[in-house]
Design a protein around this ligand. Structure first.
Ligand code: UD1
Length: 422
Protein backbone atom coordinates (compact mmCIF):
# COMPACT_ATOMS: atom_id res chain seq x y z
CA UNK A 1 0.00 0.00 0.00
CA UNK A 2 1.03 3.57 -0.57
CA UNK A 3 0.61 6.87 1.26
CA UNK A 4 1.23 10.55 0.67
CA UNK A 5 3.66 12.55 2.76
CA UNK A 6 3.13 16.29 2.75
CA UNK A 7 5.18 18.99 4.43
CA UNK A 8 2.81 21.90 4.84
CA UNK A 9 3.25 25.62 4.44
CA UNK A 10 4.23 26.16 0.80
CA UNK A 11 2.35 28.77 -1.20
CA UNK A 12 1.10 27.24 -4.48
CA UNK A 13 1.71 29.21 -7.65
CA UNK A 14 1.43 28.26 -11.32
CA UNK A 15 -0.82 26.39 -13.75
CA UNK A 16 -2.45 22.96 -13.44
CA UNK A 17 -4.09 21.11 -16.34
CA UNK A 18 -7.47 19.78 -15.26
CA UNK A 19 -8.11 16.19 -16.39
CA UNK A 20 -11.25 14.83 -18.03
CA UNK A 21 -14.20 14.26 -15.71
CA UNK A 22 -14.29 10.80 -14.14
CA UNK A 23 -18.04 10.98 -13.62
CA UNK A 24 -18.63 11.87 -17.26
CA UNK A 25 -16.13 9.35 -18.65
CA UNK A 26 -17.51 6.32 -16.73
CA UNK A 27 -21.14 6.43 -18.02
CA UNK A 28 -19.98 7.38 -21.52
CA UNK A 29 -17.66 4.37 -21.55
CA UNK A 30 -20.62 2.21 -20.45
CA UNK A 31 -22.68 3.74 -23.28
CA UNK A 32 -20.26 2.18 -25.79
CA UNK A 33 -22.25 -1.04 -25.18
CA UNK A 34 -25.17 0.61 -27.04
CA UNK A 35 -23.38 1.53 -30.25
CA UNK A 36 -22.38 -0.16 -33.50
CA UNK A 37 -18.76 0.37 -34.58
CA UNK A 38 -16.03 2.13 -32.69
CA UNK A 39 -16.28 4.75 -29.97
CA UNK A 40 -13.26 7.02 -29.56
CA UNK A 41 -13.06 9.04 -26.35
CA UNK A 42 -10.53 11.80 -25.79
CA UNK A 43 -9.67 13.30 -22.42
CA UNK A 44 -10.49 10.12 -20.45
CA UNK A 45 -8.45 10.42 -17.22
CA UNK A 46 -6.04 7.64 -16.29
CA UNK A 47 -7.57 6.64 -12.97
CA UNK A 48 -8.16 3.47 -10.98
CA UNK A 49 -11.94 3.82 -11.54
CA UNK A 50 -11.44 4.09 -15.30
CA UNK A 51 -9.29 0.92 -15.19
CA UNK A 52 -12.11 -0.78 -13.29
CA UNK A 53 -14.64 0.21 -15.94
CA UNK A 54 -12.30 -1.00 -18.69
CA UNK A 55 -11.95 -4.36 -16.90
CA UNK A 56 -15.74 -4.65 -16.60
CA UNK A 57 -16.36 -3.70 -20.24
CA UNK A 58 -13.72 -6.21 -21.39
CA UNK A 59 -15.62 -8.94 -19.51
CA UNK A 60 -18.77 -7.78 -21.26
CA UNK A 61 -17.21 -8.24 -24.69
CA UNK A 62 -16.04 -4.67 -25.35
CA UNK A 63 -12.49 -4.50 -26.73
CA UNK A 64 -10.57 -1.43 -25.56
CA UNK A 65 -7.20 0.21 -26.19
CA UNK A 66 -5.51 3.57 -25.70
CA UNK A 67 -3.84 4.96 -28.84
CA UNK A 68 -0.57 6.91 -28.94
CA UNK A 69 -2.38 10.19 -28.32
CA UNK A 70 -4.09 8.78 -25.23
CA UNK A 71 -7.55 8.46 -26.82
CA UNK A 72 -9.56 5.48 -25.56
CA UNK A 73 -11.04 3.23 -28.27
CA UNK A 74 -13.97 0.95 -27.41
CA UNK A 75 -15.70 -1.54 -29.69
CA UNK A 76 -18.23 -4.25 -28.92
CA UNK A 77 -16.97 -7.58 -30.25
CA UNK A 78 -19.13 -10.07 -28.38
CA UNK A 79 -22.64 -9.48 -27.03
CA UNK A 80 -23.13 -12.86 -25.33
CA UNK A 81 -22.29 -11.86 -21.76
CA UNK A 82 -24.66 -9.50 -19.93
CA UNK A 83 -23.53 -10.31 -16.39
CA UNK A 84 -21.57 -7.75 -14.35
CA UNK A 85 -20.31 -9.84 -11.45
CA UNK A 86 -19.87 -8.97 -7.80
CA UNK A 87 -16.04 -9.05 -7.92
CA UNK A 88 -15.96 -6.07 -10.28
CA UNK A 89 -19.12 -4.19 -9.27
CA UNK A 90 -18.30 -4.23 -5.55
CA UNK A 91 -15.04 -2.37 -6.23
CA UNK A 92 -16.73 0.53 -7.98
CA UNK A 93 -20.29 1.72 -7.63
CA UNK A 94 -20.34 3.42 -11.04
CA UNK A 95 -20.29 -0.11 -12.55
CA UNK A 96 -24.07 0.14 -12.23
CA UNK A 97 -23.95 2.36 -15.35
CA UNK A 98 -23.83 -0.79 -17.53
CA UNK A 99 -27.36 -1.73 -16.40
CA UNK A 100 -29.29 0.49 -18.84
CA UNK A 101 -27.05 -0.14 -21.88
CA UNK A 102 -27.00 -3.95 -21.38
CA UNK A 103 -30.78 -4.08 -21.01
CA UNK A 104 -31.46 -1.87 -24.04
CA UNK A 105 -28.95 -3.55 -26.37
CA UNK A 106 -28.75 -7.16 -25.14
CA UNK A 107 -32.31 -7.35 -23.72
CA UNK A 108 -30.96 -8.68 -20.48
CA UNK A 109 -28.82 -7.20 -17.73
CA UNK A 110 -27.59 -9.03 -14.67
CA UNK A 111 -25.68 -6.65 -12.45
CA UNK A 112 -24.59 -7.33 -8.90
CA UNK A 113 -26.15 -4.98 -6.33
CA UNK A 114 -23.34 -2.55 -5.50
CA UNK A 115 -24.04 -2.53 -1.74
CA UNK A 116 -23.12 0.28 0.64
CA UNK A 117 -19.90 2.21 0.67
CA UNK A 118 -17.88 4.39 3.03
CA UNK A 119 -20.20 7.36 2.55
CA UNK A 120 -23.33 5.45 3.55
CA UNK A 121 -25.86 2.99 2.16
CA UNK A 122 -26.52 3.85 -1.42
CA UNK A 123 -29.87 2.62 -2.69
CA UNK A 124 -30.49 1.56 -6.27
CA UNK A 125 -34.30 1.67 -6.33
CA UNK A 126 -34.58 4.61 -8.75
CA UNK A 127 -32.46 2.82 -11.37
CA UNK A 128 -34.68 -0.25 -11.20
CA UNK A 129 -37.94 1.72 -11.06
CA UNK A 130 -36.93 3.80 -14.10
CA UNK A 131 -36.06 0.74 -16.17
CA UNK A 132 -39.21 -1.09 -15.05
CA UNK A 133 -41.23 1.91 -16.25
CA UNK A 134 -39.64 1.36 -19.67
CA UNK A 135 -41.06 -2.18 -19.58
CA UNK A 136 -38.31 -4.29 -18.01
CA UNK A 137 -39.07 -7.26 -15.75
CA UNK A 138 -37.04 -7.25 -12.57
CA UNK A 139 -36.02 -9.95 -10.13
CA UNK A 140 -33.33 -10.28 -7.51
CA UNK A 141 -31.15 -13.36 -8.04
CA UNK A 142 -28.44 -14.18 -5.52
CA UNK A 143 -27.63 -10.53 -4.82
CA UNK A 144 -27.81 -9.62 -8.52
CA UNK A 145 -30.38 -7.38 -10.19
CA UNK A 146 -31.74 -9.27 -13.19
CA UNK A 147 -33.63 -7.14 -15.71
CA UNK A 148 -35.12 -8.46 -18.93
CA UNK A 149 -37.14 -6.90 -21.75
CA UNK A 150 -37.75 -8.07 -25.33
CA UNK A 151 -38.16 -4.43 -26.37
CA UNK A 152 -38.17 -1.39 -24.13
CA UNK A 153 -41.05 1.05 -24.64
CA UNK A 154 -40.83 4.81 -24.18
CA UNK A 155 -42.70 6.11 -21.10
CA UNK A 156 -42.97 8.96 -18.61
CA UNK A 157 -40.33 8.25 -15.97
CA UNK A 158 -40.19 10.15 -12.68
CA UNK A 159 -36.74 9.90 -11.07
CA UNK A 160 -37.12 12.05 -7.95
CA UNK A 161 -36.04 10.37 -4.72
CA UNK A 162 -35.98 11.37 -1.05
CA UNK A 163 -32.69 13.23 -1.61
CA UNK A 164 -33.57 14.76 -4.98
CA UNK A 165 -32.55 13.46 -8.39
CA UNK A 166 -30.09 10.64 -8.95
CA UNK A 167 -27.19 11.15 -11.34
CA UNK A 168 -26.44 7.58 -12.37
CA UNK A 169 -30.14 6.57 -12.37
CA UNK A 170 -30.72 9.41 -14.87
CA UNK A 171 -27.75 8.13 -16.89
CA UNK A 172 -29.14 4.58 -16.92
CA UNK A 173 -32.66 5.53 -17.98
CA UNK A 174 -31.35 8.03 -20.54
CA UNK A 175 -29.07 5.42 -22.11
CA UNK A 176 -31.78 2.74 -22.15
CA UNK A 177 -34.40 5.10 -23.63
CA UNK A 178 -32.21 5.93 -26.65
CA UNK A 179 -33.00 2.49 -28.10
CA UNK A 180 -36.57 2.15 -26.72
CA UNK A 181 -39.62 2.23 -28.94
CA UNK A 182 -41.19 5.72 -28.91
CA UNK A 183 -40.89 8.71 -26.65
CA UNK A 184 -39.54 8.80 -23.09
CA UNK A 185 -39.82 11.81 -20.83
CA UNK A 186 -37.61 11.73 -17.75
CA UNK A 187 -38.80 14.19 -15.12
CA UNK A 188 -36.86 15.09 -11.97
CA UNK A 189 -33.82 14.23 -14.10
CA UNK A 190 -30.36 15.07 -12.78
CA UNK A 191 -29.04 18.30 -14.35
CA UNK A 192 -25.33 17.68 -13.72
CA UNK A 193 -22.87 18.67 -16.49
CA UNK A 194 -21.82 15.00 -16.66
CA UNK A 195 -25.37 14.08 -17.73
CA UNK A 196 -25.22 16.79 -20.42
CA UNK A 197 -21.90 15.35 -21.61
CA UNK A 198 -23.40 11.85 -21.77
CA UNK A 199 -26.40 13.18 -23.73
CA UNK A 200 -24.08 15.07 -26.10
CA UNK A 201 -22.14 11.87 -26.72
CA UNK A 202 -25.34 9.89 -27.38
CA UNK A 203 -26.63 12.61 -29.73
CA UNK A 204 -23.34 12.45 -31.67
CA UNK A 205 -23.99 8.69 -31.99
CA UNK A 206 -27.45 9.39 -33.50
CA UNK A 207 -29.72 9.51 -30.44
CA UNK A 208 -32.59 11.99 -30.34
CA UNK A 209 -32.45 13.81 -27.02
CA UNK A 210 -33.59 17.26 -25.91
CA UNK A 211 -33.71 18.97 -22.53
CA UNK A 212 -30.40 17.62 -21.12
CA UNK A 213 -29.22 19.92 -18.35
CA UNK A 214 -32.84 20.58 -17.26
CA UNK A 215 -35.05 18.45 -14.96
CA UNK A 216 -37.04 17.20 -17.99
CA UNK A 217 -35.22 15.21 -20.65
CA UNK A 218 -37.08 13.95 -23.73
CA UNK A 219 -35.79 11.02 -25.73
CA UNK A 220 -37.22 9.72 -29.04
CA UNK A 221 -36.03 6.13 -29.41
CA UNK A 222 -34.02 5.20 -32.53
CA UNK A 223 -33.21 1.78 -34.00
CA UNK A 224 -29.43 1.96 -33.81
CA UNK A 225 -26.61 4.17 -32.61
CA UNK A 226 -23.33 4.55 -34.45
CA UNK A 227 -19.96 4.97 -32.68
CA UNK A 228 -18.40 8.44 -32.78
CA UNK A 229 -15.53 10.53 -31.41
CA UNK A 230 -16.11 12.56 -28.28
CA UNK A 231 -14.13 14.85 -25.97
CA UNK A 232 -14.95 14.33 -22.29
CA UNK A 233 -15.53 17.58 -20.33
CA UNK A 234 -13.05 18.79 -17.71
CA UNK A 235 -13.45 17.46 -14.17
CA UNK A 236 -15.21 20.15 -12.12
CA UNK A 237 -14.53 18.31 -8.86
CA UNK A 238 -10.79 18.08 -9.52
CA UNK A 239 -10.88 21.78 -10.47
CA UNK A 240 -12.77 22.66 -7.27
CA UNK A 241 -10.28 20.69 -5.17
CA UNK A 242 -7.34 22.60 -6.66
CA UNK A 243 -9.23 25.88 -6.24
CA UNK A 244 -9.27 25.16 -2.53
CA UNK A 245 -5.57 24.23 -2.65
CA UNK A 246 -4.91 27.69 -4.11
CA UNK A 247 -7.16 29.45 -1.61
CA UNK A 248 -5.90 27.63 1.47
CA UNK A 249 -2.22 28.32 0.73
CA UNK A 250 -2.82 31.99 -0.14
CA UNK A 251 -1.66 30.91 -3.56
CA UNK A 252 -2.17 31.93 -7.15
CA UNK A 253 -3.25 29.13 -9.47
CA UNK A 254 -4.54 28.83 -13.01
CA UNK A 255 -6.69 25.74 -13.54
CA UNK A 256 -6.52 25.09 -17.25
CA UNK A 257 -9.66 23.75 -18.88
CA UNK A 258 -11.87 24.40 -15.81
CA UNK A 259 -15.22 26.17 -16.27
CA UNK A 260 -16.91 28.45 -13.76
CA UNK A 261 -20.31 27.71 -15.32
CA UNK A 262 -19.98 24.12 -14.04
CA UNK A 263 -19.19 25.31 -10.50
CA UNK A 264 -21.47 28.30 -9.86
CA UNK A 265 -22.65 27.44 -6.34
CA UNK A 266 -19.14 26.44 -5.28
CA UNK A 267 -17.62 29.62 -6.74
CA UNK A 268 -20.29 31.72 -5.03
CA UNK A 269 -19.39 30.23 -1.62
CA UNK A 270 -15.65 30.61 -2.20
CA UNK A 271 -16.04 34.24 -3.20
CA UNK A 272 -17.96 34.84 0.03
CA UNK A 273 -15.07 33.24 1.89
CA UNK A 274 -12.87 35.89 0.27
CA UNK A 275 -11.22 33.96 -2.54
CA UNK A 276 -10.62 35.74 -5.89
CA UNK A 277 -11.88 33.65 -8.78
CA UNK A 278 -11.92 34.65 -12.45
CA UNK A 279 -12.72 32.82 -15.66
CA UNK A 280 -9.90 33.36 -18.16
CA UNK A 281 -9.55 32.09 -21.71
CA UNK A 282 -7.52 29.06 -20.65
CA UNK A 283 -9.36 28.26 -17.44
CA UNK A 284 -10.13 29.49 -13.94
CA UNK A 285 -7.64 31.63 -12.01
CA UNK A 286 -7.74 31.52 -8.21
CA UNK A 287 -5.90 33.66 -5.72
CA UNK A 288 -6.25 34.53 -2.09
CA UNK A 289 -4.20 36.85 0.03
CA UNK A 290 -6.55 37.77 2.81
CA UNK A 291 -8.28 36.30 5.78
CA UNK A 292 -10.97 33.69 5.14
CA UNK A 293 -14.55 34.52 6.14
CA UNK A 294 -16.83 31.79 7.54
CA UNK A 295 -19.85 30.67 5.43
CA UNK A 296 -22.88 28.40 5.52
CA UNK A 297 -22.90 25.57 2.97
CA UNK A 298 -25.66 23.09 2.12
CA UNK A 299 -24.98 20.37 -0.44
CA UNK A 300 -27.67 19.91 -3.07
CA UNK A 301 -28.15 18.36 -6.49
CA UNK A 302 -26.74 20.44 -9.36
CA UNK A 303 -26.75 23.44 -9.72
CA UNK A 304 -26.45 23.47 -5.92
CA UNK A 305 -23.23 22.99 -3.96
CA UNK A 306 -21.77 19.57 -4.92
CA UNK A 307 -21.50 16.90 -2.24
CA UNK A 308 -18.27 15.83 -3.95
CA UNK A 309 -16.66 19.10 -2.76
CA UNK A 310 -18.10 19.11 0.76
CA UNK A 311 -15.12 17.48 2.50
CA UNK A 312 -12.60 19.72 0.74
CA UNK A 313 -14.64 22.85 1.60
CA UNK A 314 -14.61 21.76 5.25
CA UNK A 315 -10.80 21.82 5.26
CA UNK A 316 -10.87 25.40 3.96
CA UNK A 317 -13.44 26.49 6.55
CA UNK A 318 -11.31 25.00 9.34
CA UNK A 319 -9.06 28.03 8.80
CA UNK A 320 -11.78 30.68 8.47
CA UNK A 321 -12.08 33.49 10.95
CA UNK A 322 -15.25 32.38 12.77
CA UNK A 323 -17.88 29.65 12.77
CA UNK A 324 -19.14 27.96 9.58
CA UNK A 325 -21.90 25.39 9.13
CA UNK A 326 -22.01 22.58 6.57
CA UNK A 327 -25.22 20.59 6.02
CA UNK A 328 -24.99 17.43 3.90
CA UNK A 329 -28.28 16.86 2.10
CA UNK A 330 -27.22 14.22 -0.43
CA UNK A 331 -25.30 11.68 1.65
CA UNK A 332 -26.07 12.48 5.33
CA UNK A 333 -23.32 10.11 6.57
CA UNK A 334 -20.57 11.53 4.38
CA UNK A 335 -18.44 12.84 7.24
CA UNK A 336 -15.61 10.34 7.72
CA UNK A 337 -13.11 13.20 7.30
CA UNK A 338 -14.41 14.90 10.47
CA UNK A 339 -12.55 12.62 12.88
CA UNK A 340 -9.36 12.73 10.82
CA UNK A 341 -9.38 16.54 10.48
CA UNK A 342 -9.91 16.73 14.24
CA UNK A 343 -6.64 14.79 14.66
CA UNK A 344 -4.97 17.72 12.89
CA UNK A 345 -6.39 20.28 15.30
CA UNK A 346 -9.66 21.17 13.56
CA UNK A 347 -12.52 22.19 15.85
CA UNK A 348 -15.57 20.36 14.49
CA UNK A 349 -18.91 19.46 16.03
CA UNK A 350 -21.14 17.04 14.19
CA UNK A 351 -24.87 16.78 14.88
CA UNK A 352 -26.52 14.37 12.40
CA UNK A 353 -26.03 15.72 8.86
CA UNK A 354 -24.72 19.07 10.15
CA UNK A 355 -21.16 20.02 11.11
CA UNK A 356 -20.29 23.25 12.89
CA UNK A 357 -16.75 24.32 12.08
CA UNK A 358 -15.00 26.65 14.46
CA UNK A 359 -12.12 28.27 12.60
CA UNK A 360 -8.64 27.76 14.07
CA UNK A 361 -5.40 29.65 13.46
CA UNK A 362 -3.55 26.57 12.23
CA UNK A 363 -3.77 22.85 11.53
CA UNK A 364 -1.00 20.54 12.73
CA UNK A 365 0.53 17.72 10.68
CA UNK A 366 -0.46 14.18 11.72
CA UNK A 367 -0.87 10.62 10.50
CA UNK A 368 -4.36 10.36 9.02
CA UNK A 369 -6.35 7.67 7.28
CA UNK A 370 -8.04 8.20 3.92
CA UNK A 371 -11.52 6.65 4.02
CA UNK A 372 -13.11 7.56 0.69
CA UNK A 373 -12.15 9.49 -2.38
CA UNK A 374 -13.22 13.03 -1.49
CA UNK A 375 -12.41 12.72 2.22
CA UNK A 376 -8.87 11.79 1.17
CA UNK A 377 -8.65 14.93 -0.95
CA UNK A 378 -9.73 16.96 2.09
CA UNK A 379 -6.87 15.45 4.12
CA UNK A 380 -4.30 16.20 1.43
CA UNK A 381 -5.53 19.82 1.35
CA UNK A 382 -5.19 19.96 5.14
CA UNK A 383 -1.64 18.62 4.81
CA UNK A 384 -0.73 21.41 2.38
CA UNK A 385 -1.34 24.06 5.03
CA UNK A 386 -0.66 22.15 8.27
CA UNK A 387 2.37 22.91 10.36
CA UNK A 388 4.87 20.05 9.97
CA UNK A 389 4.45 16.72 8.23
CA UNK A 390 1.19 14.95 7.39
CA UNK A 391 0.97 11.37 6.23
CA UNK A 392 -2.24 10.38 4.45
CA UNK A 393 -2.44 6.59 4.46
CA UNK A 394 -4.34 4.49 1.87
CA UNK A 395 -3.41 6.50 -1.21
CA UNK A 396 -5.54 4.17 -3.36
CA UNK A 397 -8.64 6.12 -2.42
CA UNK A 398 -7.18 9.23 -4.07
CA UNK A 399 -6.02 7.27 -7.12
CA UNK A 400 -9.65 6.37 -7.84
CA UNK A 401 -10.45 9.94 -8.81
CA UNK A 402 -7.38 12.20 -9.05
CA UNK A 403 -4.88 11.75 -11.87
CA UNK A 404 -1.27 12.08 -10.64
CA UNK A 405 -2.28 14.40 -7.82
CA UNK A 406 1.21 14.50 -6.28
CA UNK A 407 2.80 15.44 -9.62
CA UNK A 408 0.26 18.20 -10.27
CA UNK A 409 0.65 19.68 -6.78
CA UNK A 410 4.47 19.40 -6.76
CA UNK A 411 4.65 21.25 -10.07
CA UNK A 412 3.02 24.32 -8.46
CA UNK A 413 5.23 24.26 -5.38
CA UNK A 414 3.74 21.76 -2.91
CA UNK A 415 6.02 19.51 -0.89
CA UNK A 416 4.21 16.19 -1.42
CA UNK A 417 5.48 12.75 -2.29
CA UNK A 418 4.11 9.24 -2.61
CA UNK A 419 5.71 6.61 -0.40
CA UNK A 420 5.29 2.89 0.05
CA UNK A 421 3.92 1.95 3.46
CA UNK A 422 6.86 0.61 5.48
C1 UD1 B 1 -23.04 10.37 -8.49
C2 UD1 B 1 -21.57 10.61 -8.58
C3 UD1 B 1 -20.99 10.84 -7.18
C4 UD1 B 1 -21.74 11.97 -6.48
C5 UD1 B 1 -23.24 11.73 -6.52
C6 UD1 B 1 -24.04 12.91 -5.99
C7 UD1 B 1 -20.96 9.29 -10.52
C8 UD1 B 1 -20.28 8.10 -11.06
N1 UD1 B 1 -20.96 9.43 -9.19
O1 UD1 B 1 -23.25 9.19 -7.72
O2 UD1 B 1 -19.61 11.18 -7.33
O3 UD1 B 1 -21.33 12.04 -5.13
O4 UD1 B 1 -23.67 11.50 -7.87
O5 UD1 B 1 -23.74 14.06 -6.71
O6 UD1 B 1 -21.47 10.11 -11.27
N2 UD1 B 1 -30.61 7.61 -4.32
C9 UD1 B 1 -31.78 6.93 -4.04
N3 UD1 B 1 -32.13 5.89 -4.86
C10 UD1 B 1 -31.39 5.53 -5.95
C11 UD1 B 1 -30.22 6.25 -6.23
C12 UD1 B 1 -29.85 7.28 -5.40
O7 UD1 B 1 -32.46 7.22 -3.08
O8 UD1 B 1 -31.76 4.60 -6.67
C13 UD1 B 1 -30.20 8.73 -3.44
C14 UD1 B 1 -28.77 8.56 -2.88
O9 UD1 B 1 -28.75 7.80 -1.70
C15 UD1 B 1 -28.37 10.00 -2.63
C16 UD1 B 1 -29.06 10.74 -3.77
O10 UD1 B 1 -30.10 9.88 -4.23
O11 UD1 B 1 -28.92 10.46 -1.42
C17 UD1 B 1 -28.16 11.11 -4.92
O12 UD1 B 1 -27.38 9.99 -5.30
P1 UD1 B 1 -26.98 9.73 -6.81
O13 UD1 B 1 -27.11 11.00 -7.60
O14 UD1 B 1 -27.69 8.53 -7.32
O15 UD1 B 1 -25.45 9.35 -6.70
P2 UD1 B 1 -24.67 8.46 -7.73
O16 UD1 B 1 -25.30 8.61 -9.07
O17 UD1 B 1 -24.45 7.11 -7.17
Amino acid sequence: MQMFEIVGGNRLKGAINISGAKNAALPIMAASILVEGETILRNVPDLADVQQMIALLNKLGVKTHRDQDGALHLKVEDEMNAHAEYELVSKMRASVCVLGPLLAKRRRAQVSMPGGCAIGDRPIDLHVLGLQTLGADFELVGGDMLLKAKKLKGADVFLGGPFGSSVTATANVLMAATLAQGKTIISAAACEPEIVDLADFLIACGAQITGQGTPEITIEGVDTLQGCEHNVIADRIEAGTFMIAGAITNGDLELRGARIDHLRAFVDRLRRVGVNIEQGEKGISVSSARRLEPVVITTQPYPGFPTDLQAQAMTLLCLADGNSVITEKIFPDRFLHVAELSRMGAQLRKEGPVVVIQGVKKLIGAQVMASDLRASAALILAGLIAKGTTRVHRAYHIDRGYEKIEEKLSAVGANIRRLNEG
